[in-house]
Design a binder for this molecule. Structure first.
Ligand SMILES: Cc1ncc(COP(=O)(O)O)c(C=O)c1O
Length: 387
């Protein structure tokens, strides 16, 4: 292995993602405008411009910016009065998803996932509905759209709220529509690790002006005007500096998506046929993905190494893949005693969490580096299968 690593090791570490930053010169110009205005936060001009620009880019009508995606999701539940009972969600997600349920006094009910998309399995969702169920909280994991039609049918049939965690799905389209336009509310995350970023940040996309107005009160302490506090709100505002950063980021997001698409295509071309490595699904008809992640499944028998051994071996070459999402949220101590968290109820999620590995992908990942990562994966397989 040492010999192999010496030959193929990358000259500098490659991480799972890296943000593409806007021009510092242009950001300085925006900062000068903020300095001149002395308006630093509370829905200033940059905040308003970013909300409008995001609506235009995403093809949605009502969007509220937030300081991060977690607070946005917390407020989404409050806005729809989901603050007791049970909500059906996926265990194959980032911990923020079940945590916002917990913080709202709701019991998460974990449901197994689809083996291809890794998203909530609609038939199993329906089987978990009880008189205590108030909502469904699916995640478009890795930007792969959920079965939005089936989930809409189920939520309508049972009178449930449908709130999407689209933290990974900026710019994704399904059935000719923005993925952010489905359900009662959709949350987006603009964290630094995301395709489109405001450093920290997020948004809620609402289906109506009235719901957006309620959300805008809730994210500003419930304050309607100087003398009126309409409800128990919180502070979820995005400031002017980050909004200005977001406007510059937005100008380059389509170039970033195209560049990630090229990285994804290169991985696919080079890794096709590598035994024991299952590549992410190709876009289904009507789906436009954003290629924000490149999750592979590692089958130990055929690849020759299991996921953990491959993850550790890649580090020797300075390739820092990530085990998203291991451990499953159902295994987090706060949730693992829940009946729905039992591993035998979540066989697909348990297997995927054991096998999944997200390879590095970002717009500025050079073609020769992608080629080298593919060479390393082939070499590791060949070495492992020689025994
Ligand atoms: C699926 C998912 N949901 C929620 C979040 C939380 O978003 P934020 O970091 O913007 O609070 C993240 C990631 O950060 C995520 O990956």
């Amino acid at each position: 292995m040492v010999e192999l690593a010496r030959g193929l090791r990358l000259p500098e570490p490659v991480y799972v993602t890296r943000p593409t930053l806007p021009s510092l010169e242009r950001f300085r110009e925006s900062l000068e405008q903020v300095w001149d205005s002395r308006v630093l936060t509370n829905g200033g001009a940059f905040h308003q411009r970013l909300e409008a620009a995001l609506c235009a880019r995403l093809g949605v009508e009502h969007l509220s910016l937030f300081c991060n995606g977690t607070i946005a999701l917390l407020v989404a539940l409050q806005a729809l009065r989901v603050s007791s009972g049970e909500v059906i969600t996926t265990p194959f997600t980032f911990p923020a998803t079940p945590h916002v349920l917990h913080w709202n006094g709701v019991t998460p009910v974990f449901c197994d996932i689809d083996p291809v998309t890794f998203n909530l399995c609609p038939e199993q969702v329906e089987a978990l509905i009880t008189p205590r169920t108030l909502a469904i909280l699916p995640v478009h994991v890795f930007g792969q759209p959920c079965d939005v039609e089936a989930l809409a049918r189920i939520s309508n049939r049972h009178g449930l709220r449908l709130i999407y965690d689209a933290a990974h799905a900026f710019g994704v389209r399904a059935g000719g529509r923005s993925i952010a336009s489905f359900g009662d509310l959709t949350m987006l995350s603009f964290h630094a690790t995301k395709l489109f970023t405001t450093i920290e940040g997020g948004a809620l996309v609402s289906g109506s002006a009235a719901l957006k107005a309620r959300i805008d009160f809730l994210k500003n302490f419930g304050i309607a005007d100087e003398e009126t506090v309409v409800g128990p709100g919180i502070n979820g505002k995005l400031n002017e500096l980050q909004s200005a950063f977001g406007l510059l980021q937005l100008e380059q997001v389509d170039v970033e998506i195209a560049a990630r698409r090229a990285v994804s295509a290169r991985y696919r071309a080079r890794l096709a046929g590598l035994p024991g490595l299952r590549l992410p699904p190709l876009d289904a008809p009507g789906v436009e993905s954003n290629c924000s992640y490149f999750p592979v499944l590692v089958d130990r028998e055929r690849f020759g190494l299991d996921r953990d051994a491959l993850y550790a071996a890649l580090k020797l070459f300075d390739v820092h893949a990530r085990k998203y999402f291991h451990p499953l949220c159902s295994q987090i101590p706060a949730y693992r005693a829940l009946p729905s968290a039992a591993p035998d109820r979540l066989p697909v999620a348990e297997r995927v969490a054991r096998q999944v590995l997200c390879l590095p992908i970002y717009g500025q990942l050079r073609p020769d580096v992608v080629e080298r990562i593919a060479d390393i994966l082939w070499a590791l397989h060949e070495r492992a299968s020689r025994g």
